[in-house]
Design a protein around this ligand. Structure first.
Ligand code: GDP
Ligand code: MG
Length: 292
C-alpha cells in the first residue's frame, strides 16, 4: 500500500514554519530568518519513502493584505487551505492567538494538527503549566484536532509528528516522480539564498526593497556559472547595496557563494549585478516577471 498527500503548514509569521519544514524534509529548501515575511513564495518540499510520499508546502504566513505583494501572499495562504489533505497549524508556546481565518479552517473537513512550537524556550519546570493552558485553549477552538507540543529547532517530537501525519494520509499513488525533491528550480533557491544573505547584511528597508533574478545557471566542467541580478527600487538603495568601494557587495557575494555551494554541493562562480527597477513591489506586471 502506498500513501500520499499534501501537508500544508500555516501560522503567524515567525512561528517556525520554515524551520519545521526544513527539519522535516532534511534539506535546506526554504529560507529561514528572524524577520517576518521572508518566505514570499509557496514552496513544496517532498519526503519520499518506499511506501509514502508527503508533499509539504510552506506558506508566507498569515498576514493582512496591505499592498499588492501581500495580497498575492494571502492568496497563497487561502489556496493552501483548499488543496490540503492535512493542515499543520503552527503556534508558539505561551501565545494564544485568534484570527478570522480560523473560522474558514473549522468549516473545512481537513484534519488539522496544532503544533505548539518552541517549547525549548521555556524551562521544564514552567513548561507543563503553560502547555496546559495552551492545550486547553486550542482544544476549545478545534475540538477534533490533535495538539502536539514540539520544538522545530531541537527536533523535539518530530518522530511523533511524522507518525501522526503518516497515519492521517490516504492511500494514493505518488503525485510526483519519486526523485523529485522540490517543484522549484535550482535558480529559485539561488535567489532565495542571496535574499537571505541580504537580510543578514543590510538593515532597514533594504531587504524588503530587493528582488533577485538569476538569469544564468550554466553547468561547466568543474563548476556552475551563475549570474544573478539584484533589483532595487532607487539609486540610493543601489549605493547602499554596493557599499563603499564595493565592500558590502563583496561580503554579500562571499556569504552567498558559501551557502549556494553547500546547497548545490558543487563549486560555483557567482556574478552579482545590481539594477534599478522602480516600484517593483507595487506593480503587478513586474511582480509576475519575478514569478509571484
Ligand atoms: P516562519 O516565519 O514561520 O517561517 O518562521 P521561521 O522558521 O523563519 O522561524 C522564525 C524564528 O524562530 C527563527 O529565528 C527560528 O530560528 C526560530 N525558531 C523556529 N523554531 C524554533 C524552536 O523550536 N525553538 C526556538 N527557540 N526557536 C525557533
Ligand atoms: Mg518562513
Amino acid at each position: 500500500m502506498h500513501k500520499s498527500g499534501f501537508v500544508n503548514i500555516i501560522g503567524f509569521p515567525n512561528t517556525g514554519k520554515s524551520t519545521l519544514m526544513n527539519s522535516l524534509v532534511g534539506e535546506r529548501l526554504s529560507i529561514i530568518t528572524y524577520k517576518p515575511q521572508t518566505t514570499r513564495h509557496r514552496i513544496l518540499g517532498i519526503i519520499n519513502e518506499s511506501n509514502f510520499q508527503i508533499i509539504f508546502s510552506d506558506t508566507p504566513g498569515i498576514i493582512n493584505p496591505l499592498y499588492p505583494m501581500q495580497k498575492i501572499m494571502m492568496q497563497y495562504v487561502e489556496k493552501s487551505l483548499e488543496d490540503a489533505d492535512i493542515i499543520l497549524l503552527i503556534t508558539e508556546i505561551g501565545k494564544l492567538e485568534y484570527l478570522p481565518i480560523f473560522n474558514e479552517l473549522k468549516k473545512k473537513n481537513v484534519p488539522i494538527i496544532i503544533l505548539i512550537n518552541k517549547i525549548d524556550k521555556i524551562g521544564i519546570k514552567c513548561r507543563e503549566n503553560i502547555l496546559y493552558h495552551g492545550i486547553d485553549y486550542w482544544h476549545k477552538l478545534f475540538p477534533n484536532s490533535e495538539i502536539l507540543p514540539i520544538s522545530a529547532l531541537k527536533k523535539t517530537n518530530q518522530d511523533l509528528l511524522m507518525n501522526k501525519i503518516i497515519a492521517l494520509l490516504s492511500e494514493h499513488p505518488p503525485y510526483y516522480p519519486k526523485e523529485f525533491l522540490s517543484n522549484r528550480s535550482k535558480r529559485f533557491f539561488v535567489n532565495e539564498i542571496i535574499r537571505e544573505k541580504i537580510f543578514f547584511l543590510y538593515k532597514k528597508e533594504i531587504p524588503y526593497s530587493v528582488e533577485i533574478n538569476t538569469v544564468l545557471f550554466k553547468k561547466e566542467k568543474t563548476f556552475i556559472d551563475i549570474l544573478s541580478y539584484i533589483y532595487v527600487e532607487r539609486s540610493s538603495q543601489k549605493g547602499i547595496l554596493i557599499g563603499n568601494r564595493g565592500e558590502t557587495l563583496k561580503k554579500l557575494k562571499f556569504f552567498s557563494i558559501r551557502s549556494i555551494e553547500s546547497f548545490l554541493r558543487k563549486k560555483i562562480k557567482l556574478k552579482l549585478h545590481v539594477k534599478i527597477c522602480p516600484n517593483w513591489r507595487y506593480d503587478y506586471k513586474k511582480l509576475k516577471f519575478f514569478g509571484y
